[in-house]
Design a protein around this ligand. Structure first.
Ligand code: NAD
Length: 257
């Protein structure tokens, strides 16, 4: 049995949930987290299926002290924290002139600031055990821009900058930090965007998928969640200690252009 603990923020939905399943399958202990009301049941079912220890928190990542408490709770429950996946995120699509300030602030707080507070809170534990793997789920929008996504693109670019700094600071302690940058993945977050984009572009939802979302991907398929999980599992390994400070685009060739 693998004796490593992974905290995945936003792991009761979408990409985070897929990652949690694959890590559990490999025997990792999982700290589940997310706002979904059935989070506890999701965590319990996966723990039973793969016979791994799990816990669950519904900490609201909008607040820095809640992020710190989430990390502390993980270390209290499992005794250790080896891998932190900063995955939770939200999206809002609007031309800048109509972009609500509150939405901008929430996106920066959840998609970027929470990764800082969680990494900072996990640092002491990772440093003392001379092992840490921080995996930030950024986006192709951490590497490229699209109109109407000023807050999201700013936050995701910011996460990539932070990733590089933590890689440098973590190097002496076997703490690596990398970012994964997916193209479009069909999750509840994207289902919501299809609706918002249809409104912003005055298109039908089918037109948005074909003409807007997958337009920039050379491979005209949504990125499978298991592709992201495979990448995260690789980055988490003991043998991946020299892979650090890098952003991995899993974007169907979008950023090749
Ligand atoms: P999702 O909506 O399915 O899941 C998001 C998770 O974050 C949920 O568990 C939700 O409860 C949690 N969350 C949201 N706000 C929170 C808050 N205030 N406090 C605590 N938890 C909160 O989304 P997803 O598509 O799985 O996205 C996961 C990550 O992947 C995000 O960072 C997203 O930006 C990134 N991403 C997604 C895509 C895509 O196409 N789906 C592409 C690139 C990057």
């Amino acid at each position: 049995m693998m004796n490593k603990t992974v905290l995945i923020t936003g792991s009761t939905s979408g990409i985070g949930l897929a990652l949690a399943k694959q890590f559990a399958k490999e025997g990792y202990q999982i700290m589940f987290h997310g706002l979904e009301s059935n989070g506890n049941e999701i965590a319990k079912a996966i723990g039973e299926k793969y016979e791994v220890k799990v816990a669950f928190s519904k900490a609201n990542l909008l607040k820095s002290d809640a992020v710190e408490d989430l990390v502390a709770e993980t270390i209290n429950s499992f005794g250790k924290l080896h891998i932190l996946v900063n995955n939770a995120g939200i999206q809002y699509v609007s031309p800048i002139e109509d972009f609500p300030n509150s939405k901008y602030e929430d996106i920066i707080a959840i998609n970027m600031n929470a990764a800082f507070y969680a990494s900072k809170a996990a640092w002491k534990q990772m440093k003392s055990q001379k092992f840490g793997r921080i995996i930030n789920i950024s986006s192709v929008h951490g590497l490229r821009a699209s109109e109407f996504k000023s807050a999201y693109v700013a936050a995701k670019h910011g996460v990539i900058g932070m990733t590089k700094v933590l890689a440098l600071e973590g190097a002496p302690f076997n703490i690596t930090c990398n970012a994964i940058c997916p193209g479009y993945v069909k999750t509840p977050l994207v289902e919501g965007q299809i609706k918002d984009q249809a409104k912003a572009h005055h298109m039908t939802e089918v037109e948005v998928i074909e003409k807007v979302m997958l337009k920039k991907q050379a491979v005209k398929q949504f990125v499978p969640v298991d592709t992201i999980a495979d990448m995260a599992l690789l980055l988490a390994k003991e043998t991946s200690s020299t892979i650090t400070g890098t952003s991995f685009a899993l974007d169907g060739g979008w950023s090749a252009q």
